[in-house]
Write a new protein. Structure first.
Length: 371
């Protein structure tokens, strides 16, 4: 029997993942990751001390990491009769928050969910799994792992195109694929909800979280300003030909491709085309001004042997964007150059570009620039 540490968020996906793992004969330990206050309480499994539990104050609301979500996860664990622990990862979450704030203040669009997967769910959680003698780490992501004739498994898209989350897992270390389990990736979301109802889980109809877990208000600019009250990022709103058409109170309000909430009325649709953090300018233009045919990405991660020659692929530039035919080249300095067959709109520095071959994730990197 394999021991599995399962990241439980209190949602339906990870809850049903626990059920599926039990059905497969695994020993499951449910873990909820919180970034709240420390508690002196600790727990043991097989005589080994686990990380400290966190505060379960009912008023401690933090999006998908709130006390109510922890209670939902705990009830599911009780229902399924599996051990459940809440880990205090306040320091580790602090790293993600710092990254999030810094990216917005330098005019980039961060993706904290990918970083959470890289640093926590498939980072610190593996350290935790090792501490309790677990063989695998599992999550409720809609993605799949399939065996290969040699080497680690292939990471593939989930069968539910509308819920597929393979994009956000591109940064996981290739060496960890052998120890990952993704139980819900072979199912449609509707089936997962049906399963939850069939086995009597209260979270069967719980809505999916749409918020960044540490920005429960949904207003990221307010969060950034609260964290950096002494940083002034206000400046001018200009058109692509340099005409000043307004003023803004902070570049953190904007992202490439944004149309609503620009703060100026142009009489026709205008979009954020570029953000200049040094001059604190937000440049707006018409949709055609957003068109890009290539990009450059750094901090790459590959789940295959990195190709030494240019290769054809399909590339995604955002989680909710469709993959586009492209040619990718790994440069001598390790960065990734991607040339698209057709021009794309809204290529945002700070987001990830992920290369696919069919439904398989090849790898990707973090967008630095586009042209």
């Amino acid at each position: 029997m394999s021991r599995v540490v399962l990241a439980m968020s209190g949602g339906v996906d990870s809850s049903v993942a626990a059920h599926l793992l039990l059905e497969q004969g695994h020993e499951v330990i449910g873990v909820f990751m919180r970034h709240g206050e420390e508690s002196p309480v600790a727990c043991t499994v097989d005589g080994k001390m686990l990380l400290p539990l966190v505060s379960e104050r009912p008023d401690h609301k933090q999006g998908c990491c709130s006390a109510s979500d922890a209670e939902d996860a705990r009830r599911v664990a009780d229902n399924l009769d599996i051990p459940f622990f809440a880990l205090n990862l306040q320091q580790e979450f602090g790293r993600i928050i710092d990254y999030f704030v810094e990216e917005y203040t330098i005019g980039r669009t961060p993706n904290p969910c990918v970083m959470c997967n890289n640093w926590l769910k498939f980072g610190k959680l593996f350290d935790y799994a090792d501490s309790v003698g677990a063989d695998f780490v599992a999550t409720g992501h809609y993605a799949r792992l399939t065996p290969q004739p040699s080497g680690p498994p292939a990471l593939r898209r989930g069968v539910d195109d509308g819920k597929d989350q393979a994009y956000v897992l591109f940064g996981v270390g290739r060496e960890l694929l052998d120890r990952m389990l993704l139980p819900v990736g072979d199912y449609q979301k509707s089936h997962i909800r049906e399963l939850a109802g069939h086995i009597g889980l209260r979270v069967a109809e719980k809505k999916d979280s749409q918020e960044i877990c540490f920005v429960s208000s949904g207003r990221h600019e307010e969060f950034v300003r609260a964290k950096r009250p002494d940083v002034d990022t206000s400046g001018a709103i200009v058109t692509t030909d340099g005409r000043v058409v307004g003023q803004h109170d902070g570049i953190e309000r904007y992202t490439i491709g944004q149309r609503k909430g620009l703060g100026v009325a142009m009489g026709e649709p205008y979009f954020v085309v570029t953000i200049d953090p040094e001059e604190r300018r937000v440049v707006i233009g018409k949709k055609e001004d957003l068109a890009r045919s290539s990009l450059l990405a750094g901090q790459t991660n590959w789940l295959i042997d990195p190709p030494t020659e240019p290769f054809a692929c399909e590339a995604k530039i955002r989680y909710n964007s469709p993959p586009q035919p492209a040619t990718a080249t790994i440069l001598p300095d390790g960065r990734l150059a991607v040339e698209f067959e057709e021009r794309l709109f809204g290529v945002a520095p700070g987001q990830a570009v992920v290369c696919f071959e069919g439904d398989r994730v090849l790898g990707g990197g973090w967008i630095e620039s586009s042209s």
